[in-house]
Design a protein around this ligand. Structure first.
Ligand code: NAD
Ligand code: LMR
Length: 367
């Protein structure tokens, strides 16, 4: 006898800014792929709640996606006026995971930092909504909006100011997404070396998500169990391409925005791991995420965070982590010890100097 939807436990994923370039393509991946993560005879049901301030775009997008024949259900949410919080409340109610691509993208000639003033205001409003309408001791938040380096500090600081965050350890469950940098590193090395393989090469990328705060660790590229030999010229050109890959798309789109489809792919790669975790298919996940190393009381968020802080002396960093349903449980500070001289002595100092400025910009924005 088939279960009706009402018999099933709902796992709800909220997408904020769901009608934009990333939001639409990312939501399409959720609608078309997520149910494949459900185990046979699962008593769980997946629901994607899509919120955007653009009414026509969100209603139209959800209507369009709702014709796709998968069991993932959808709902649209838009505010009736500037001060209307009821739609955000409805969208966030009982959500387990929030993904945020809300905000303005770059145009040619702009840096990600030029987006800060406008996108920080958006993230502040959304943080207040999350603090009011979600259980901060359970919720996971993935931030896509730029500049990631500064906006994650904005969000974590604001959330931690709310009374509802007390004892919630929310700092362990809010992350900036730098997945696109790893996707690019993997793609570009395949293009450069032309090696044919069914396996996608994995290149650790640490630091932040803009320009020279991005450190792709090409010293660590393995292919068929061997270190891939790259000469310095090849490496420098690959590093530059990963660090400024976003500019390639901004230039190619010529005023029509920045990366959307590749970002949706990158966001889906990590989102499916969180959904697996939340469905109980896995007890933990491992990936690289931009995290806060300390909580609001100044305590390190997990083992490994103190060791990392001793090496970098900045409080936010993108680094391989282990995450359980309670949040980050381990920070892989060891990866920095595997850097070669060029990465440690040339790339890392520049990254840290710029990242520190970006983090301060974010923290100073929140009173
Ligand atoms: P877009 O303009 O196409 O979409 C943004 C959407 O956000 C729009 O639909 C807009 O209506 C909505 N929005 C604006 N204010 C909102 C609010 N207060 N609440 C809810 N929705 C709101 O932009 P996009 O191309 O989808 O890019 C979105 C953001 O993602 C940009 O800041 C961009 O720089 C960033 N981005 C990050 C990465 C990354 O690697 N982390 C990659 C690509 C783009
Ligand atoms: C990217 O890396 O493509 C994004 O951060 C968007 C941008 O502005 O470059």
């Amino acid at each position: 006898m088939p279960h009706s939807l009402t018999d099933k436990q709902v796992l709800k994923i909220a997408v904020l800014g769901a009608a934009g370039g990333i939001g639409q393509s990312f939501s399409m991946l959720l609608k078309t792929q997520l149910h494949t993560l459900l185990l046979p005879h699962s008593d769980k049901h997946l629901h994607v709640a899509m919120y955007d301030i653009n009414k026509d775009a969100i209603v139209g997008t959800v209507a369009d996606l709702s014709h796709i024949d998968t069991p993932v259900t959808l709902s649209h949410h838009f505010p009736a006026s500037r001060d209307d919080l009821s739609a955000l409340k409805e969208c966030l109610a009982d959500a387990a995971l929030i993904v945020i691509p809300a905000g303005v993208p770059r145009k040619p000639g702009m840096t990600r930092d030029d987006l800060f003033a406008i996108n920080a205001k958006i993230l502040l409003q959304l943080s207040d909504g999350i603090a009011s309408f979600c259980d901060l001791s359970k919720i996971f938040v993935l931030v896509i909006s730029n500049p990631v380096n500064s906006l994650v500090p904005v969000m974590i600081k604001r959330l931690s100011q709310h009374a509802s965050s007390k004892g919630s350890l929310i700092e362990r469950r809010v992350f900036g997404l730098t997945q696109l940098d790893m996707v690019r590193a993997s793609t570009f090395i395949q293009q450069l070396t032309g090696f044919a393989s069914n396996a996608t090469p994995y290149i650790p990328v640490v630091g932040g998500h803009s320009g020279d705060t991005i450190i792709p660790m090409f010293s660590q590229v393995m292919f068929k169990d061997e270190r891939l030999p790259l000469d310095m010229e090849q490496r420098k050109s690959l590093i530059h391409r990963v660090q400024y890959g976003g500019d390639e798309i901004v230039k190619a789109k010529n005023g029509a925005g920045s990366a959307t489809l590749s970002m949706a792919y990158a966001a889906f790669k990590i989102t499916r791991k969180f959904v697996d975790l939340l469905l109980g298919n896995a007890t933990s996940l491992q990936d690289t995420l931009y995290i806060s190393l300390k909580d609001a009381s100044g305590n390190y968020i997990a083992p490994g965070a103190q060791e990392l802080m001793a090496l970098i002396n900045v409080s936010y960093f993108s680094i391989p982590v282990t995450v359980s349903t309670k949040g980050v449980t381990h920070v892989d500070s060891e990866i920095l010890n595997r850097m070669d001289d060029y990465e440690r002595n040339t790339l890392l100092p520049v990254c840290l100097k710029n990242l520190q400025g970006n983090i301060e910009t974010g923290l100073n924005f929140v009173n």
